[in-house]
Design a protein around this ligand. Structure first.
Ligand code: GLC
Length: 434
């Protein structure tokens, strides 16, 4: 399967950047590129850094790194650049995605050489600007938590975490007519519903009309929520950025990063939901907790956050959930009323989330649970291919096929098996592996 994983990444290469999969996602996505670069770094370091450089090259002047970069027009994808901006100047979407970049770079430097250090050095200031933007744009009132202005910014598009906020959106009467493309590539049952799409598009229309004004989106936008995924990933990214700054000897940034870590450590406590004794999402427009326990809840270990008691609750939830499904970690607690084993972020297992959950559990010395998640992730791919996501009950691969980040995580989890021969095959442009 390592060869297949390499083939998938090669096949999705569009010359310096990698698309998630052909047709369904034919552009460059922010956190997909991060994880894909990590996998590629095991095969060809220069190509891996190129992936990240292409992403960072699209950074906005205010520091934001967008969630999609449209390097070329592609009729297979909706919504394209013209849906995001009037007279679109930049060929990108207009919000971000979970900020994994600093953590990916730190991994590449930690296991790398002088070359990787040099490359990381060239990206360092952009990452600082990106993190500053997160605080400025997504926590403008200094409350210590990051909010998202669109479910897509969480990377977990149709998770029940956003149901309350989405339900409360008033769909404007003049909502521009549109035609979805995703459901012509993948079964409707495995994708968000049309009602959700109307609401996603309502937020886009609001953003387009105010030119994505940061304060307006935060204070008056149709949707605002606190996502455990984004906050935990961001806290971990700042911890990793601190390690990177120390490693590179960039001492003038250390105090600022330490301050960010402290702010987030305190802020993350706001996501502790006593109704269910777990970290969960919070809808800011209605001031209500969402009671769903998701795979993002378990990133508390990846961020190393929580008191002893909170951590114990989370471990108990983890054991309970792994006991009731055949393959972990499902994107939603199967006991939750909204659980659907095949629908996108409402049940299925995602390799990238498992990668982070596994890492967190290992750091917590929960080796048995970590091992179970790792083995499930490897087995799902070995038996069902490099699918976008998997049914936690049957293990069947769902959504898009030949997915780059699923392939990249597979390489990462089996990195000790990667040898010179595989590296050479990857570097040889014309060579598809048999
Ligand atoms: C979907 C996912 C998102 C991912 C993108 C490209 O929108 O929800 O997390 O980045 O597809 O794979």
């Amino acid at each position: 399967m390592l060869k297949e994983a390499i083939n998938v990444i090669k096949k999705n290469d569009r010359g310096g950047f990698t698309i998630p999969t052909n047709r369904l996602y034919p552009h460059q996505w922010n956190w997909d590129s991060g994880f894909t670069a990590l996998g590629i770094s095991l095969l060809d370091k220069s190509r891996a850094w190129q992936e990240l450089i292409m992403l960072v090259n699209s950074q906005w002047q205010d520091g934001m790194i967008p969630h999609i970069i449209f390097h070329e027009n592609n009729p297979n994808y909706f919504p394209g650049p013209e849906q995001w901006q009037k007279n679109s100047i930049s060929q990108t979407s207009c919000h971000s995605q979970p900020p994994v970049l600093a953590s990916i770079i730190w991994q590449m430097v930690k296991r790398g050489s002088d070359y990787d250090q040099m490359k990381a050095g060239t990206l360092f200031n952009s990452i600082i600007a990106y993190h500053r933007w997160y605080f400025l744009a997504r926590d403008p009132n200094n409350e210590g938590v990051i909010s998202i202005i669109h479910p897509w910014e969480s990377g977990r598009d149709n998770c029940p975490d956003w149901d309350i906020g989405l339900r409360n959106i008033k769909i404007p009467k003049d909502l521009k007519k549109y035609l979805r493309k995703d459901t012509s590539h993948v079964d409707d049952m495995e994708r968000p519903t049309d009602d959700h799409y109307d609401r996603f598009m309502s937020i886009l229309q609001f953003g387009r009309n105010c030119n994505w004004d940061k304060l307006k989106m935060h204070n008056e936008g149709p949707f605002l929520a606190i996502d455990p995924g984004v906050n935990f990933i961001f806290l971990r990214a700042n911890r990793d950025l601190l390690l990177l700054a120390n490693h590179l000897g960039y001492s003038n940034h250390i105090d600022e990063i330490k301050k960010w870590i402290k702010v987030l450590e305190e802020g993350c406590q706001k996501m502790w939901n006593k109704n269910v004794n777990a970290f969960t999402a919070y809808d800011r427009r209605s001031n209500t907790f969402c009671n769903a326990i998701t795979n993002a809840s378990f990133l508390c270990f990846y961020a190393d956050i929580g008191s002893k008691v909170q951590k114990q609750f989370m471990i108990d939830h983890c054991k309970r959930i792994l006991d009731i499904c055949n393959f972990g970690m499902p994107s939603l607690d199967p006991n939750h009323q909204s659980f659907e084993s095949k629908r996108y972020w409402r049940g299925p297992v995602w390799s990238v989330m498992n990668y982070m959950v596994n890492d967190g559990l290992e750091n917590e010395n929960e080796y048995e649970l970590a091992e179970k998640i790792k083995n499930d992730t490897i087995n799902l791919v070995e038996n069902n291919g490099m699918a976008e996501y998997f049914d936690p009950e049957t293990g069947v691969g769902l959504g898009g096929k030949d997915f780059s980040w699923t392939a990249a995580v597979h390489l990462e989890l089996l990195k000790e098996r990667i040898d010179l021969k595989l590296q050479n095959k990857f570097k040889n442009k014309n060579n598809v592996l048999n």
